[in-house]
Design a protein around this ligand. Structure first.
Ligand SMILES: NC(=O)c1ccc[n+]([C@@H]2O[C@H](COP(=O)([O-])OP(=O)(O)OC[C@H]3O[C@@H](n4cnc5c(N)ncnc54)[C@H](O)[C@@H]3O)[C@@H](O)[C@H]2O)c1
Length: 364
């Protein structure tokens, strides 16, 4: 596994910008890509404000804060990811959209690069299927039989063969292992042979689920796809630890750990509001003070993004096949109306300066 120096982040929204910031302050060279140039402009501003806030609170050294933004290169061209050792995708929570970007990133990046998704709920195994990364790699053995009467020409052929095989293996991201127990598959001169021993599945696709906001929240949930290799898992875990995060590991089932538990709670808060049990303020206050949470579930949904919550619930519903995950009609209606939460200025609550613009629903 090559040392990770350059990180590519796809998507410069809430999560992508936070992940890019985190990588930059920890000394990585970062390429931040978005299809929308305005999103890149907003991300640059958000990152710079966030870094300044951390410096003023004494949570980030001034020098690191000054240098970090310089190591983030914004781009709209996927070709700029050719040098990336590790790519983290953070675009819309849609399987079709993510699969498309995974297949494109797969073609651009070097074969040794690890491709991670910050998905909240979508199957890593299915995202991996859009790539050529679950590729088979032969373990190659180089057999040396040095004859006592080896000629200079034979020795030269031997050395060229070894160089060629090593180069090919390097280009294809394989490890060169030397063993002395291969069966000999000799060339007529009896000096060199190559034999294929085992086939490995090297799956370099993994889930790396950051919490919001990535620079602050301590957890990274790592999700292993059906064939994610140990090498990929270990590299991802140690990268998260270099970011100062604690990791937990989940198997690849819809919603993983955190959202499997969190989203039904948020959905139930919407049903509580929808059926008129209580006002939004009382639901949030009740859950904050009654269960010692820093934010109420509706406030948290606005912070995450109502569109993101709805997409996750749909993945849970389809993936686990249980009606209990069916999204509340009120959540669906808010998203249809463009009320996406903080990022759009209005969700369950109104965050705009002029609240009169907000269209009030009659009942809620
Ligand atoms: N919001 C959260 O609290 C949260 C937490 C953890 C994980 N996530 C996950 O992170 C991902 C991103 O969520 P977000 O809240 O940052 O969304 P967001 O809407 O804030 O940002 C998404 C960005 O991706 C860009 N984009 C969309 N399609 C693209 C494409 N094909 N190529 C390049 N850029 C593209 C958009 O322009 C946008 O800037 C989702 O999978 C979400 O489930 C979100």
């Amino acid at each position: 596994m090559e040392e990770i120096k350059t990180i590519g982040v796809v998507g410069a929204g809430q999560m992508g910008s936070g992940i890019a910031q985190l990588a930059a302050v920890h000394g990585f060279d970062v390429w931040l890509l978005d299809s929308d140039p305005n999103a890149l402009g907003r991300a640059t501003e958000v990152i710079s404000n966030s870094i300044q806030r951390l410096i003023s609170k004494g949570q980030l050294p001034q020098a690191v804060g000054t240098d970090a933004p310089k190591s983030i290169h914004c781009t709209t061209r996927l070709e700029d990811f050719s040098a990336a050792d590790f790519v983290i995708e953070a675009i819309a929570e849609s399987e079709a959209v993510k699969k498309k970007i995974f297949s494109e990133v797969d073609k651009i990046t070097k074969s040794s690069a690890i491709l991670a998704s910050n998905t909240s709920s979508i199957s890593i195994t299915r995202l991996a299927s859009a790539t050529s990364r679950p590729h088979k790699v032969s373990e190659l053995g180089i057999v040396l039989l040095l004859c006592s009467d080896i000629s200079t020409l034979s020795l030269l052929v031997l050395l060229i063969s070894i160089w060629f095989i090593s180069f090919e293996m390097y280009v294809h991201g394989c490890c060169l292992t030397w063993r002395d127990d291969f069966l000999v598959n000799c060339l007529p001169a009896g000096i060199c042979g190559v034999t294929s021993d085992k086939l490995y599945l090297i799956l370099q696709v993994i889930g790396m689920h950051f919490m919001n906001p990535p620079p602050i929240m301590k957890l990274v949930e790592i999700i292993r796809g059906a064939d994610t290799s140990d090498t990929t898992f270990n590299a991802t875990k140690s990268l998260a630890e270099r970011f100062g995060k604690t990791t937990v590991c989940s198997q690849d089932y819809s919603g993983f750990i955190v959202n499997r538990i969190l989203m039904p709670m948020i959905n139930e808060a919407f049903f509580t509001l929808y059926t008129g049990v209580a006002t939004k303020e009382d639901i949030d206050e009740g859950m904050k003070l009654g269960t010692n949470q820093p934010m109420g579930p509706l406030e948290l949904a606005d912070f995450i993004g109502l569109d993101v919550c709805l997409s996750i619930l749909r993945v849970l519903h389809a993936g686990l096949g249980d009606m209990k995950y069916a999204p509340c009609p009120l959540l669906v209606q808010y998203v249809d109306a463009g009320r996406l939460g903080r990022k759009s200025g209005i969700g369950v609550y109104d965050y705009r300066r002029a609240p009169t613009i907000a269209k009030q629903l009659t009942r809620l």
